[in-house]
Each structure stands twice: as structure tokens, then as C-alpha cells.
Write a protein that binds this ligand. Structure first.
Ligand code: NDP
Length: 315
């Protein structure tokens, strides 16, 4: 499989399995199914609440002996309540313990937003830490410290806007190796692609299929469905592929990694086979026209009276 190469020579497989909203009781099976069917990259996060079950699945896989730890690329993310200097390493230790690993391939600062220790999602302004209280540069230094301690092989960020990346680059000698952001035909983020290419920062596309099934909420909010988009479906039909495969292949062709989530064996396999779909210039032109700067993951779960997600994305 195609890979993204990191500065230390590590290679991240371009397709990974997403695990957000993969329920307990399902996620371990999904991870095992994925690995049995060729996946070598799993995307995790402490806040998804399912790392312990993923850890059990990984331990069973290693026990079987067909796949070794060094064959896999495991990413996880530091939650927003652990940005303070004293909290980064303990949060990482917890993730490593849950995943039953002694190192991560990639650790990301999940969001450029800090909460007080123990706050999963803020309910009031007092739940936040200000930039003065929890400077992101200090959190980043601790990510590099984790790397020096060999707890992680690579460090990166997630949901960072261009201005936030610029600030971090200015502050540090070692810039993030990767930014994981929402990327799909409705949110193409071409400026971010250019910026990251210029600074040798890899990108991972999250919510590449338009995120989880939120059909009720979608109907209420009139959200566009990517998987049901007419153009995507026409292109899929023409190539004898599925709409999901077209979306995943589109991400691959833009040089980003892509982490579709599924807990269903047929879809997990189908998504992995996307690499074989051949999109042509005409298809890519049509997909380029679909950009409408639409976010599925708005960050609205962070919004309290004094904070809005516009501050997160700098839009
Ligand atoms: P995706 O865009 O991957 O969509 C997942 C949804 O699509 C699920 O409902 C899944 O259902 C369905 N699906 C999967 N494959 C197919 C298929 N072949 N055909 C039809 N439907 C399909 O959404 P996510 O938001 O989960 O994004 C992917 C991953 O990115 C996350 O799981 C997480 O790891 C990461 N992420 C990171 C974020 C961050 O802040 N850094 C934010 C959001 C996501 P089912 O499971 O039932 O098959």
C-alpha cells in the first residue's frame, strides 16, 4: 500500500481505520477485521472511550503471531483536558496502557483548545483554560519530550488552522509532522494543502465519507449527504465502484492519508479496496466543483457562551 514517509524514515500506510463512535463491543472486532483484511493503520483517541477494547484486540492479534507490533501504525490523540505540562505524559501513559502498547507511531494534539483537567466537554466558560494558562507551545514541547522518551515515534496536531500552524512553527525548531483535519469534497481546504506541502507537513483526512450516520440530525439541519451526492454516485457507477470508494480514492489522489470508519466487515473491506479505483481528469474536475466549505465536525460541542468554534478554525 502507498505510504507517507516521515522524517525519521517511518512510513504511514495511506488508508487507516477510523474508530470514533465505534461502540464498545464492536470496535475490537472492527480492528481485528481490518487487520485481517490488510489494514496496517488504526486511528484512535483517548476521548473516543474505546482504546481499552482496541488494546485487547491488538494484544490478541500479536498473540496469534501473524502481525507484529512493528507492522502496524497506531495513532492516538491527547485530549483537551491534558494540555498542561504536568498532564501530557500521564495522559499518554494512560493511552499506552489502554492500547497495551509501549509506543505510539503518532501522537496528536487533538484540538487547539484546552479544558481544565477532568473536563470531557465544557459546559461553562470556567471549564476552559485560556491560552495564557495553557500555552499551546508548552503542550507541543511536552509532545516532543514524549518523543525524546521514545513513548511516541512522531508528533503532530489535529484541527489546527493555518494561523495556528504558523504560530507553532514560529515557536519551535521541530514542527508538527502531520495535521489531521476534516477533508472531503465539500471541504477541500486547498489552501491548507498548499501550506502543508510547502512546510513538509503531512495531512490526514478525517470524516472522508461525511462522518457517521446522522440522518435524523442531517434532515433537521438540511445537511448535504456526501455518500448520496449525485456527482459522486454517477462517477462511482461509471467505474463500477461504490460512492465511498470514490471519496477515499479522491483523498488518496490528493496525497493525504485517509481514515474511513466502519464497524462492518463488508464496508471495511470495500474501503480498503478503494485504492484500485481509477478516477480520471474529468472525474476530478467534477469533484473539484463540489467544494462548498461545509463542515460536518463543526466543533459545536466546544461552544459555551464566551467561546465559539470560529475561534478554533480561525474563520
Ligand atoms: P467517516 O467519514 O469515516 O464516516 C463514517 C460513517 O460512514 C459511519 O456511519 C460508517 O458506518 C459509514 N460507512 C463507512 N464505510 C462505508 C461504506 N463503504 N459505505 C457506506 N457507509 C460507510 O466518519 P468519521 O467522522 O468517523 O471519520 C473517520 C475517522 O476520522 C474517525 O472515526 C476518527 O478516527 C477520525 N476523526 C478525527 C477527528 C479529529 O478531530 N481529529 C474528528 C472526526 C473524525 P458503519 O460504521 O456503520 O459502517
Amino acid at each position: 500500500m502507498k505510504v507517507l514517509s516521515f522524517k525519521n524514515g517511518d512510513e504511514m500506510p495511506i488508508i487507516g481505520l477510523g474508530t470514533w463512535k465505534s461502540e464498545k463491543g464492536e470496535v475490537g472486532k472492527a480492528v481485528k477485521t481490518a487487520i485481517e483484511n490488510g489494514y496496517r493503520h488504526i486511528d484512535c483517541a483517548a476521548t473516543y472511550g474505546n482504546e481499552a477494547e482496541i488494546g485487547e484486540a491488538l494484544a490478541e492479534i500479536f498473540e496469534e503471531g501473524k502481525v507484529k507490533r512493528e507492522d502496524l501504525w497506531i495513532t492516538s490523540k491527547l485530549w483537551n483536558d491534558s494540555h498542561l505540562k504536568k498532564d501530557v505524559i500521564p495522559a499518554l501513559e494512560k493511552t499506552l496502557k489502554d492500547l497495551q502498547l509501549n509506543y505510539l507511531d503518532l501522537y496528536l494534539i487533538h484540538w487547539p483548545v484546552a479544558f481544565k483537567q477532568g473536563v470531557a466537554f465544557p459546559e461553562k466558560d470556567e471549564d476552559y483554560l485560556s491560552l495564557e494558562e495553557a500555552p499551546i507551545g508548552e503542550t507541543w514541547k511536552m509532545m516532543l519530550e514524549a518523543k525524546a522518551l521514545n513513548m511516541i515515534r512522531n508528533a503532530g496536531v489535529s484541527n489546527f488552522s493555518i494561523p495556528k500552524l504558523e504560530d507553532l512553527i514560529e515557536e519551535t525548531d521541530e514542527i508538527p509532522e502531520l495535521n489531521q483535519i476534516e477533508l472531503h469534497p465539500y471541504l477541500q481546504q486547498n489552501e491548507m494543502l498548499e501550506f502543508c506541502s510547502k512546510h513538509n507537513i503531512h495531512l490526514t483526512a478525517y470524516s472522508p465519507l461525511g462522518s457517521s450516520d446522522r440522518s435524523q440530525a442531517m434532515k433537521a439541519a438540511n445537511e448535504p449527504s456526501l455518500l448520496e451526492n449525485k456527482v459522486i454516485n454517477q462517477i462511482a457507477k461509471k467505474h463500477g465502484a461504490s460512492p465511498a470508494q470514490v471519496l477515499i480514492k479522491w483523498s488518496i489522489l490528493r496525497g493525504t492519508a485517509v481514515i474511513p470508519k466502519s464497524v462492518h466487515k463488508d464496508r471495511i473491506i470495500e474501503n480498503m479496496q478503494s485504492a484500485g479505483v481509477n478516477l480520471n481528469e474529468d472525474d476530478l474536475k467534477k469533484i473539484a466543483n463540489l467544494d462548498e466549505h461545509f463542515r460536518y465536525v463543526t466543533g459545536e460541542f466546544f461552544v459555551t457562551k464566551g467561546n465559539s468554534y470560529e475561534n478554533i478554525y480561525d474563520e
